[in-house]
Structures are given as structure tokens and as C-alpha cells.
Design a protein. Structure first.
Length: 345
């Protein structure tokens, strides 16, 4: 019997909190994780950027709100009413929901720039630094992403029953299980047919990762003092987005071309004010401790929220009007007739 198989040795390893095996196992403690998630202590230093938590959570609320409406619209029985609602200014919360994703892009770019510049000023610009830069991001996003993809492909067919529920393949297209899964974990799925993408909302992750790949092209010149080169590179990135062919009506082209860069500039200005303690009341609200645990749940919530919406929609086993017929037959009509007889009308 080897020493590693001896029960006393295994117990000693588990009790030794400095042993790598004990450290690894401890990370899967539900109690420790819950305590870490719901701790709302604020960091009183200028590097904490607590206001980002509020921005992230509110932006995710906006995403979920928009997706809930859009996905349910395909099954709505009062589509005419929805057309009438679209004339209300409050409906802009739905049609402008894509701006919430642009907010995430700005926040991701801000954090990438800050952390990369801090790291590169502490260390020399080495190959090791670059490898860690890319590996860290990949490891941070991928395990949870893979888990949700596996659940969506293999388990969602068993999460519901009914005439609407896709019990054979779940919510993912056929292309997802064939090649979409490896396109997803390489974060290049948005470059291929949409039928091959796993998780309809994962296009954002692909874009965000690709932006992360090219970010050093603009950041390195800035760090080494060639700010003019960095400015030119950043300007080129913006112009590429503006120059993408789109609609041919001038007013719509102007709106769709400039609205997102303008929104990003506004969010960037807000981030600048809050990060330099000039945000006032807005900074105070966005820095409330209540946002902290919700922000820690943001990534996983984003990955699974569409699945939850679909499960809710497709589990509707009784059409609305069929249920209404039952109510009318056994409740509304009898009482209506009794009321007429009672008052002899």
C-alpha cells in the first residue's frame, strides 16, 4: 500500500489547509462560496471601482427585460396590442436594449485597459506577461460557459413537457452539437453561420473575447509613450465600426452609425467621473453595497437567463384561449345567466 492511499495520510492532507489538494477542494465548498458571494463589504480605496457593480447589474437587468419581451413576442396572442405599445416612448426600453450590451463592452474595455496597464508598468513587456494575459481571460470565462452549453445540449430536453416543448433537441440548433460547441469554446462562433452558435446570447462573449485579443494593439503604444500611435489605432477601430455597410436611408444610417459610439462615449464619461470621485449622487447609487453580490452573479446569470426564459415559454401546456373557454363554460356564463334571471332581464 502506498503512502498516498493510507487513510491517515489523506486525512492529514485535508486538515493541512496549505496543501495544494486541500486548497483545491476548499474552493468547491458551498458555504465558503455563498459567504464570498454575499459579502457586501466595500473597499475604501480608489482602485476598487465599486460603481462598476451597479452599472453591470442594471445593464443585465436591461438585457433580461428586453429578451423576455422579444422571446415571448413570438407566442403572444395579442400582437396587435404590442404594435400599439411600440408607439409609446417607454417602449424605447425594449428597442434600445442593445445599448445595454454596448455598456458591457465599455466596462470590459475599461477594466482590460486598467489591469493591463497596471501589470505592464509593474513588469517588463515579456512573452510570459502576454501568455498570462490571454490564459487568465480564457480560464475565467470558459469553464462556466462549457457547463451551460453541455446542459443546454444534453439536459434541457428533459426540463419540460408539453405540445410546445422541443423534447428532442432542446433549445439549441443541430449545428451546435455538431461543430458549434468547439466554435464556441474557441470564441469564434460569431464568424460562422448563426445556426452553428450555441446559446443565442453567447455572441457577446465571442465579440468580447475577440476585443480582448486585439486590445494590446492599442494599449502597448499608450504604455510605452507613443500616445499618438495609440490614438490612431483606437480611431481606426472606431472607424471600422462606422464604415460597415448598413441601411441606405441617410437618417437611419446616421442614427445606427453614431448612436452606439455616442452611447459608449457617454458611458465612458460616466466611468471617468465615477473613477475620479466626481460622480456625485450617481456614483453613490452605483456603489451601493447591494450591487456587489448581484454583480458576482452577473456572468452566470447572463449565460443561463435565455434558457430560463425558453423553459418558461415552452412549458405552457395549455393555450390561453383554451383555459379561457373552461372559465367561461363553468364560471362566467352560468353566473351571467343567473344574474339575468335574478333581475329578470
Amino acid at each position: 500500500m502506498t503512502l498516498s492511499r493510507h487513510p491517515h495520510f489523506r486525512m492529514k492532507v485535508l486538515l493541512d489547509t496549505t496543501h495544494p489538494a486541500a486548497i483545491f477542494i476548499a474552493q468547491f465548498s458551498a458555504v465558503r462560496t455563498l459567504r464570498r458571494i454575499f459579502t457586501m463589504e466595500m473597499k475604501n480605496n480608489s482602485d476598487s471601482f465599486d460603481f462598476l457593480n451597479g452599472l453591470r447589474v442594471l445593464s443585465l437587468f436591461w438585457v433580461i427585460f428586453g429578451h423576455t419581451f422579444v422571446f415571448n413576442a413570438n407566442f403572444a396572442s395579442n400582437s396587435i396590442d404590442a404594435l400599439a405599445w411600440s408607439q409609446n416612448i417607454a417602449f424605447q426600453l425594449i428597442v434600445s436594449g442593445l445599448f445595454s450590451v454596448d455598456t458591457f463592452f465599455v466596462l470590459s474595455g475599461f477594466l482590460t485597459a486598467v489591469l493591463f496597464i497596471r501589470q505592464i508598468t509593474k513588469e517588463k513587456l515579456t512573452f510570459r506577461l502576454f501568455i498570462l494575459y490571454y490564459i487568465h481571460r480564457y480560464i475565467r470565462l470558459t469553464p462556466t460557459f462549457v457547463l451551460v452549453i453541455l446542459v443546454s445540449i444534453n439536459l434541457t430536453p428533459y426540463f419540460g413537457r408539453g405540445p410546445l416543448y422541443p423534447s428532442k433537441q432542446g433549445f439549441e440548433p443541430d449545428g451546435c452539437s455538431h461543430r458549434g460547441w468547439w466554435l464556441s469554446i474557441l470564441y469564434i462562433g460569431n464568424l460562422f453561420k448563426s445556426d452553428d452558435i450555441c446559446l443565442s446570447a453567447s455572441w457577446y462573449l465571442h465579440n468580447d473575447m475577440q476585443f480582448h485579443w486585439i486590445a494590446p494593439l492599442a494599449l502597448i503604444p499608450f504604455v510605452i509613450g507613443r500616445k499618438s500611435i495609440a490614438f490612431i489605432m483606437a480611431t481606426l477601430f472606431v472607424l471600422v465600426g462606422i464604415g460597415v455597410p448598413g441601411l441606405n436611408r441617410s437618417a437611419l444610417i446616421a442614427y445606427h452609425t453614431l448612436s452606439r459610439p455616442c452611447w459608449a462615449l457617454c458611458i465612458g464619461w460616466l466611468v471617468f467621473l465615477c473613477s475620479t470621485n466626481q460622480g456625485g449622487t450617481v456614483n453613490t447609487i452605483l456603489s451601493w453595497p447591494i450591487w456587489t453580490p448581484l454583480a458576482r452573479l452577473n456572468y452566470s446569470t447572463y449565460l443561463i437567463h435565455v434558457m430560463i426564459i425558453f423553459i418558461t415559454i415552452y412549458n405552457q401546456s395549455t393555450p390561453i384561449y383554451v383555459a379561457a373557454i373552461v372559465v367561461v363554460i363553468f364560471f362566467e356564463t352560468p353566473f351571467f345567466i343567473l344574474e339575468k334571471k335574478l333581475f329578470k332581464r
